[in-house]
Ligand binder design. Sequence first.
Ligand code: GLV
Ligand code: MN
Ligand code: MN
Length: 408
Amino acid sequence: MAVSFAGLWEALVAVGRDPVTGGYRRFSWTAQDTACRAWFTRAAAERGLRTGTDRNGNLWAWWDVPGAPGGQAVVTGSHLDSVPDGGAFDGPLGVVSAFAAIDLLRERGLVPVRPLAVAAFTEEEGGRFGVACLGSRLLAGTIEPDAARALTDSGGISLAEAMTAAGHDPAGIGPDTELLGRVSAYVELHIEQGRWLVSMDAAVGIGQRIWPHGRWRLVFTGQPDHAGTATLAGRHDPMLPFAATVLAARQAAVQEGALATVGKVAAEPGAVNAVSARVSAWLDARGPDEQALAAVVEQVLAAARSAAAAQGVGLEVVQESATPAVDFDLGLRSRLATALGDRGIPAPLAATGAGHDAGVLAARVPTAMLFVRNPTGVSHSPAEHAERADCEAGVVALAAVLEDLACR
Ligand code: GLV
Ligand code: MN
Ligand code: MN
């Protein structure tokens, strides 16, 4: 039994990789994104799958039931975009594995009795426009199309402009009940972003739940001035409340058993010898439950407000995205466990603090996830890794699940 993973992987692996850092910069609606899309279309065409881009820019490749197109589909896939300097596996592993799993089913002479589709959702990381899982959120109708069209990247280009420049009409974005109505289940395979599977000595695991999480943008506005002449007492320096906020985030997360990160900051105008006019900071907060998450955010924002007031600095807070806790569909999860158990594939249950399109789509259709062991546990970094044998074990596991869901 040959797993066709390597060829698919090698054809994609160089796209968007930075030669200096070794990290990936695959941002939606850029030239790198176009190259990823071309790879997807080629992989689908090589397999005789029917391809299409939905109104929201998500890619689909359909293995129709011979002689009977239509019907409720089983969908698998993930995303091809990355965070700035992300790893090779977060996203692409699920899409490559989806095509490789189809190859495996075909090699065994299996034919779906319900349509089987591979999907690649756009802007999952929110790496360009700030809102994570943007493509699946639009599809599911959990973000307003007007609000999405108006999102801007760091250069001030709106989503609508970027889509137009890439040849995709932004007028049609928004909920697509017809397409979602065709989906009976979505199963996303993903690299694990932690070391749970290492500790369990298992190559693959089954997703149990996703922590609730969200993103907040805090803009501190002060009084720009000369670093060598403005008196300390007379300053309104936005950097000070920003710094207090970062420390408060750490403290609140420790206190609540949660996670809080300020991973992106922009100081304007960015002169070494000037007090900043404005500091924009992005808070990413996640908790084991909604109360813990709310408590963290409340404490961080209270600290930010009081530190800003103490310095005579203005503060604007915008919640950019929110994703409630997701418990993956119990029925689908047990089917995955049975399909894998029947083939002697051990697959422990794994909870995660990371967000996924499967988490967003869970509000509309039954979803489940498979995780593949990550020996470093590191993700959103060039150090992210999965051994080839584990990737292939993931393909075998995904094929077993798809066989059970689509071929019986
Ligand atoms: C996506 O990977 C996220 O968890 O932000
Ligand atoms: Mn990610
Ligand atoms: Mn991902």
